[in-house]
Design a protein around this ligand. Structure first.
Ligand SMILES: *Cc1c(COP(=O)(O)O)cnc(C)c1O
Length: 390
């Protein structure tokens, strides 16, 4: 059976060119980038050329780019690094209710240490209102963190506008751009971004390599202390092959992003329209237009998302319910809850995230297979029978 992978928001398959770049580096450039001999010099060359390449991709300069071990680490570094560094100045952070756990959890931890956090509300499409941010910033605010594209429902946030408000008020602005980096254009200068997180495995690069953009002049306290790597912000011998793979992934993104965003949004819209049409009592989650090119998130009344996921898996189709990170817990998705959805309906949600290798035939196959699965599950649901098909 040809399997269909529609979980690209959880992770992507590394591109063949990326694997090639990683293998070459493992074979040929194995020196420690901190060593003084020629082996070290060559490894340093790989890392610095990657840094220039990736910095250029988001209109940053290369001394503003720091490699990390994951998107989660980049988010933790951004938040804790600013909090430790600006402790004397204030103790308040503003964020949203729909951030990834890699933002919420470090904040919850810091709340136990006395940090105050305001969680901005969003509308039912998942967008925050810039006026709410204006009201939330106080004299104690040291950081605002709002994600660029939501990993569950795909909604895009008005980053440029939010960044402008922060700039005007003299507050640092961080964005978790892990879902958008390499998928839609990002310009850190034009978008008024002070700190930005990205992760290679979400754009056909290797797992375990992230980056943090830190605008020149922003003071940060490191999380990892040790050697002097990454200008002392992140002690650890750099993952030269991983960084080489990240850089190759960015080159591919730069050349294919526009075409792919167009192609995937067309397939996305086809899938959404077909499912809304074929499945009664189905709804689209997230913003109808301002969403990631590859994100489809829908709720099906009176259906367990997990049951639908497992039935699709038996047909060789891989999707997610809620967020991949929460699918092992019974808590409904905090993102869907923040969009005003009932617990019942959010348990009946599926996320289908398209990718570079997704074909029209695959989308047609999902359109054929999914509606009968929903109908079958509903036929077994006492709740659905009681309500009666509307
Ligand atoms: C995947 C993801 C993360 C975590 O990145 P890792 O590299 O897997 O640690 C954080 N935020 C968002 C929005 C994500 O999609």
């Amino acid at each position: 059976m040809n399997r269909i992978y529609l979980d690209n928001a959880a992770t992507t398959q590394a591109a063949p060119e990326v694997i090639e770049a990683i293998q070459t580096c493992f074979r040929e450039t194995y020196g420690n980038p901190s060593s003084l001999h020629s082996f070290g010099l060559e490894a340093r060359g790989v890392i610095e050329s990657a840094r220039r390449n990736i910095a250029g991709f988001i209109n940053a300069s290369s001394d503003e780019l720091f490699f990390t071990g994951s998107g989660t680490e980049s988010n933790n570094t951004a938040i804790k690094g600013i909090v430790y560094s600006l402790r004397g100045k204030g103790d308040h952070i503003v964020t949203t209710a729909i951030e990834h756990h890699a933002i919420h959890e470090p904040l919850h931890f810091l709340e136990t240490q006395g940090l105050k956090v305001t969680y901005l509300r969003n509308d039912d499409n998942g967008q925050v209102d810039p006026d709410d941010l204006k009201k939330a910033i106080t004299g104690e605010t040291i950081l605002v963190s709002v994600m660029h594209g939501n990993n569950e429902i795909g909604t895009l946030e008005p980053i440029k506008e939010l960044g402008a408000i922060c700039r005007e008020r003299g507050v640092y602005f961080h964005t978790d751009a892990i879902q958008t980096f390499g998928h839609i254009p990002i310009d850190v200068r034009e978008m008024n971004i002070d700190l930005l997180s990205a992760s290679a495995h979400k754009l056909y690069g290797p797992k375990g390599v992230g980056l943090l953009y830190i605008r020149k002049g922003v003071q940060m306290t490191p999380l990892l202390h040790g050697g002097g790597q990454e200008k002392r912000l992140r002690a650890s011998t750099q993952d030269t092959p991983g960084i080489a793979g990240f850089s190759r992934a960015v080159e591919l993104a730069a050349s294919e992003m526009e075409k792919e965003a167009g192609r995937q949004s067309r397939l996305r819209d086809k899938l959404i329209a077909a499912l809304l049409e074929a499945v009664p009592e189905s709804t689209l989650n997230g913003h109808p237009k301002l969403r990631l090119p590859n994100n489809v998130n829908m709720s099906f009344a009176c259906v367990e998302g997990e049951a639908a996921l497992l039935n699709l898996d038996m047909e060789g189709i891989a999707v997610a319910t809620g967020s991949a990170c929460t699918s092992t817990s019974l808590e409904p998705s905090h993102v869907l809850t923040a969009c005003g959805m009932t617990h019942e309906l959010s348990h009946g949600s599926l996320r289908l995230s398209l990718g570079r290798t997704t074909t029209e035939e695959e989308i047609d196959q999902v359109i054929k297979v999914l509606p009968p699965i929903i109908a079958k599950l509903r036929a077994m649901s006492p709740l659905y029978k009681k309500q009666g098909a509307k």
